[in-house]
Ligand binder design. Structure first.
Ligand code: MG
Length: 394
């Protein structure tokens, strides 16, 4: 990295952001929460992006857990995070991780350094603006929130004492520092205990300006935080799917629809039992989960599926969909069939499909209509079905 390419011009300082994402997920049972998906993007990518997009941030150093450098690099290239000029390994504590980020940032000769938690994915450009401005002016600045809950000191699940909250603040990131102060604070061979960088800078006797934080700038430390962040991003956490199927009617075949055998002279032909309702449902579920369609999961060239009971295929599809973290919320089917009349059989179909889909029958809609004598359905040459589904993504 040459200094020239970072030079923002004489009129403003060089600003480098360090994203501290070296945590190994102790509080979430070894799950590295910085890499978990949040509304379709890894948490850490969301934490970096506002810095990537910020016109006053010149370079970014990403600190990842030991062994995750290739993964960190692949995330940066996959998501176009071109300002990330270095991906380095963290240490055993947050401070050690930031220290290795600082070492990597040294070659960029930064004037101001922002340090941001890799698990604060909702940071906004406005907050970065204000921290940069305050750090440039005062030397060190942190965003902080007033505390509205009552504060207690607790020991062994008992209140020891009440703590006046008026002068207490909950401090967030990004925290901004003129680089000389931050390098000075991190130059001690043994770092004092600190949960943030301001703690180390403060221990050196430097004054730290406090500015208002952002209530939405949550830190992801638990699954509940991840859900909260999803709600703040208005991620509904659900996906829709659509499925369609059609099969030909022929004499001498059983007529099976929605897993129910219906008395009729004509039945549906196909490689399996040709249950168009169940096939449409399977395709809708696979689509909602972003998986390959029914033809790829259960090829009609595979002798295992010859004459197959389609409800068995549906059972497998529900398992496959569950395997990628999706569960069925609802399905709605329209089946188009000239005869026989299907309405009397619909309650049986719902009762048959509900346990397979692992939903209450009230979450299943099945409507039957005719084609008023028109087209292939009207001539009783075939039957078709559409299905729309909603799935929950976990
Ligand atoms: Mg089919």
């Amino acid at each position: 990295m040459n200094r020239q390419s970072l030079d923002p011009g004489a009129d403003r300082p060089r600003n480098v952001a360090i994203i501290a994402a070296g945590g190994s997920g102790v509080r979430m049972g070894g799950l590295k929460k910085q890499f978990l998906p949040l509304a379709g993007l890894p948490v850490v990518v969301r934490s970096i992006r506002p810095f990537q997009d910020h016109p006053l941030v010149d370079a970014i150093v990403l600190v990842v857990p030991p062994g995750d450098i290739p993964f960190g690099q692949s995330l940066c290239s996959a998501y176009g995070l071109a300002k990330v000029k270095g991906v380095v390994e963290g240490g055993r504590s947050r401070s050690e991780s930031v220290r290795s980020g600082l070492e990597a940032a040294r070659s960029f000769h930064p004037d101001v350094i922002l340090v941001h938690d890799g698990v604060r994915p909702l940071v906004r450009a406005r907050l970065i603006d204000r921290v940069l401005e305050a750090a440039t002016r005062h030397g060190a600045a942190v965003p902080a929130m007033e505390i509205y809950d009552s504060l207690k000191r607790v020991a062994c699940d008992r209140v020891e004492s009440s703590v006046p909250r008026e002068r207490m603040r909950a401090v967030q990131t990004p925290q901004g520092f003129q680089s000389a102060w931050l390098y000075g604070a991190y130059s001690r061979p043994v770092l004092p205990e600190a949960t943030d960088d301001a703690g180390l800078v403060e221990a050196c006797g430097y004054p730290i300006a406090v500015l208002p934080g952002d209530r939405d700038n949550v830190k992801i430390t638990s699954e509940d935080d991840l859900k909260l962040a999803g709600r703040l991003l208005a991620d509904p956490g659900v996906a829709a799917g659509i499925g369609y199927d059609v099969h030909r009617l022929e004499a001498g075949r059983p007529f099976i629809l929605g897993g129910v055998k219906i008395p009729s002279e004509l039945g549906l032909t196909g490689h399996s039992d040709a249950d168009v309702i169940v096939h449409a449902v399977i395709d809708a579920l696979l689509g909602a989960a972003g998986l390959p369609d029914i033809g790829q999961q259960f090829p009609d060239t595979d002798p295992r599926f010859c004459g197959a009971d389609s409800t068995g295929l549906l059972e497998q599809a529900v398992k496959t969909v569950a395997g990628v973290g999706c569960s069925v919320l609802s399905i709605d089917v329209t089946v188009v069939c000239e005869r026989p009349r299907l309405a009397p059989h619909i309650p049986d179909m719902k009762a048959r499909l509900a346990p397979i889909l692992r939903v209450d029958p009230s979450r299943i809609g099945i409507k039957a209509t005719t084609q008023e004598g028109m087209g292939f359905v009207g001539r009783a040459e075939g039957v078709c079905a559409w299905c729309v589904t909603l799935v929950q993504r976990h």
